[in-house]
Each structure stands twice: as structure tokens, then as C-alpha cells.
Design a protein around this ligand. Structure first.
Ligand SMILES: Nc1ncnc2c1ncn2[C@@H]1O[C@H](COP(=O)(O)OP(=O)(O)OP(=O)(O)O)[C@@H](O)[C@H]1O
Ligand SMILES: [Mg+2]
Length: 213
């Protein structure tokens, strides 16, 4: 199989003509992989533009998911070295796509609070999580410029569904704001284009930051 990309958890190989195999590194927990598979199926059912997850496979001691192949590039690659107006146009697409995703309800997904609690190590953090709002929006949980691809028709396509859950839209906005911390210009552009301020996302951001540390 020919390697086409590498992520933190897996390598992506060509798999026949129109498919890829996301082959997770050895000993990556099977339940997480099955979780990503189910989340992708759910997103597909909701009508979200994402590659279809076809099946779970084993290659030696490594488990993989076979996906439709997106021929194109990640949004981060589309923007690299581009002029200000071009980057601005892609940021509009990134923000527009996020708004659209957040309109979906994800009643079947796990609650973002239960997801966060797995990483909470003390009673104070647990209390902070419990105090946050509930919600039913589709939360990607890892919405950043490497998890949005642009296909050959210039459609934006969502990938990497490991962290999908349900919750209030502002939580996912806070997550993305946090994930964009490497580039403070893009980070503030993102929030401004969505029409929010730091104050709006503060309670979520606090918890996200505690859990990261
Ligand atoms: N269906 C696909 N078709 C084509 N390329 C893909 C596809 N899925 C993933 N890729 C490529 O592989 C890269 C890694 O995929 P993905 O984000 O799913 O892996 P990951 O290990 O979960 O990533 P991360 O580093 O975000 O944890 C993507 O950024 C993209 O370039
Ligand atoms: Mg990824």
C-alpha cells in the first residue's frame, strides 16, 4: 500500500482506486477506532460532507478504517504562503462550514461533559465541567485547518471524527479557538468572523485549558 499522509494517530494509505485506509499505530485502543467509525457513520447520516467510512480492517497487528478518498489538500495547505485576500477567503469558508456543522443536532453522540470528565483529575475541574451548559449540537471536537480538506471541486470536507460529541455550539468554538493557538492572527480572525468574543467562550476555554495542562 502506498503511504499518502501521516497524522498523530495513524498513517493514511491508498486502498484501491477511490479509497484510503487510515491505519492506526500498533496498540492504539480498538474502542477509540470503533468510536471514530461510528461517529463518521453518524455524521454521514446527518448529511455532513465527510468521507464515508466503509469498514474496519486489520493489517498485521494494526487496525484501520477504510474511507472514501478525498482528492485534494488540507485547508492548511491551501492557505500556506497565499496572499491575504486568498487566506481571508479560505477563513470565510472555514468559519461558514463550522457554522453549518453546528446547526446539526447529534442526539446519538456522547455528551461533551462525559468526554471532558475522562480527562479531569480533580474535584474542582469536575465541578467546573458540571456547571457548564448542556446542548445537543454536533460537536466535532477537533475542528482545525488540518481536519478540513478541500476536494477537487473546491468543496470543504470534514475528516477525523474521533472526538465527536454533543454539546453547546460555543464549546466547539472554544475548542477551535484553543486549537488555533499556534497562530494568534488566525485565532482572532476565526472568533471575529463567527461574531463572538473571548468573553462568550471563556467558561469553556478555562476548562479546555485546564484539561490540556
Ligand atoms: N479520506 C481521506 N482522503 C484523503 N486524505 C485523507 C483522508 N483522511 C485523511 N487524509 C489525510 O491524512 C491526514 C491525517 O488524517 P487524520 O486527520 O484522520 O489522522 P489523525 O492521525 O487522526 O490526525 P491528527 O494528527 O489530527 O490526530 C489528513 O490531514 C489528510 O491529509
Ligand atoms: Mg487529523
Amino acid at each position: 500500500m502506498k503511504l499518502i499522509a501521516k497524522g498523530n494517530t495513524a498513517e493514511i494509505y491508498e486502498y484501491g482506486n477511490n479509497l484510503v485506509c487510515k491505519l492506526f499505530y500498533s496498540h492504539y485502543p480498538a474502542e477509540y477506532i470503533e468510536h471514530e467509525f461510528r461517529n463518521t457513520a453518524m455524521a454521514w447520516t446527518l448529511g455532513i460532507r465527510t468521507p464515508r467510512a466503509h469498514k474496519l480492517v486489520m493489517e498485521g497487528d494494526r487496525q484501520g478504517i477504510v474511507y472514501d478518498r478525498i482528492s485534494g489538500e488540507m485547508l492548511s495547505q491551501k492557505m500556506a504562503g497565499q496572499s491575504e485576500p486568498v487566506c481571508n477567503m479560505w477563513m470565510d469558508r472555514f468559519v461558514g462550514f463550522h457554522k453549518q456543522l453546528l446547526q446539526h443536532r447529534a442526539d446519538e453522540a456522547i455528551s461533551y461533559k462525559d468526554f471532558l470528565k475522562v480527562f479531569a483529575t480533580d474535584a474542582e475541574t469536575l465541578a467546573e465541567i458540571n456547571a457548564l451548559d448542556d446542548g445537543n449540537a454536533f460537536i466535532h471536537g477537533d475542528y482545525h485547518l488540518n481536519n478540513v480538506m478541500v476536494d477537487e471541486h473546491e468543496n470543504v470536507v470534514l475528516i477525523d471524527m474521533m472526538n465527536v460529541c454533543r454539546g453547546p455550539a460555543l464549546y466547539d468554538v472554544a475548542r477551535t479557538y484553543f486549537l488555533l493557538h499556534d497562530n494568534s492572527r488566525i485565532q482572532s480572525q476565526y472568533l471575529a468572523k463567527l461574531g463572538y468574543s473571548i468573553k462568550d467562550i471563556r467558561p469553556y476555554l478555562d476548562v479546555i485549558q485546564i484539561i490540556r495542562d
